[in-house]
Design a protein around this ligand. Structure first.
Ligand code: SF4
Ligand code: SF4
Length: 159
């Protein structure tokens, strides 16, 4: 069993190489944290821009950052909630995250930011919300924060 399964969260050196700050300033980009060798390729099939590749059905997916348009199709199909959209806008970091708790936050709300261990590492402001379809399933929520937290924050808590 891989160490991250026993530990329960990923370390920085277990995630994919980061897109550059220049790329993050161009437009939002998908960032996948899915290291487990499981038979799933929904992200590959959802992407119409050849931006997600996989060596075989059990291999971890890899995003080709130059091809990603930021369309967000892949986030909504991922059963593992393992895909995030990252960008730098006006000097701030923005992360779009899948969110399956209730209540779904509203634009303008202040939320507590959590790292992969579930520890609070700061606060952010909700800038965009796509509610779940038919009030079931996964909402998408964009939270603005200090840009240095883009590769640390992976969840948030509504206050
Ligand atoms: S955001 Fe869109 S273009 Fe980018 S990897 Fe996901 S599906 Fe492909
Ligand atoms: S859809 Fe999600 S769980 Fe499935 S391979 Fe892609 S990132 Fe992993």
């Amino acid at each position: 069993m891989p160490d991250y399964c026993k530990r329960g969260f990923l370390l920085t050196d277990e995630i994919a190489p980061r897109p550059s700050d220049e790329r993050l300033k161009e437009r939002k980009v998908a960032f996948i944290e899915c290291p487990q060798e499981i038979p799933c390729n929904a992200c590959v099939f959802s992407c119409k821009f050849d931006a997600v590749e996989m060596e075989n059905i059990n291999a971890p997916p890899r995003v080709i950052y130059e091809n990603c348009t930021g369309c967000m199709k892949c986030i909504r199909v991922c059963p593992g909630l393992a895909i995030f959209m990252l960008e730098i806008k006006d000097g701030k970091g923005r992360i779009t995250m899948p969110y399956e708790f209730l209540p779904v936050p509203e634009k303008g709300d202040t939320v507590s930011l959590l790292n992969r261990k579930g520890e609070i590492v700061g606060e952010g402001t909700v800038t965009w919300v796509l509610p779940p379809e038919k009030n079931e399933g996964t909402a998408l929520v964009t939270v603005e924060m200090d840009k240095d937290l883009l590769f640390e924050v992976r969840a948030f808590r509504v206050r």
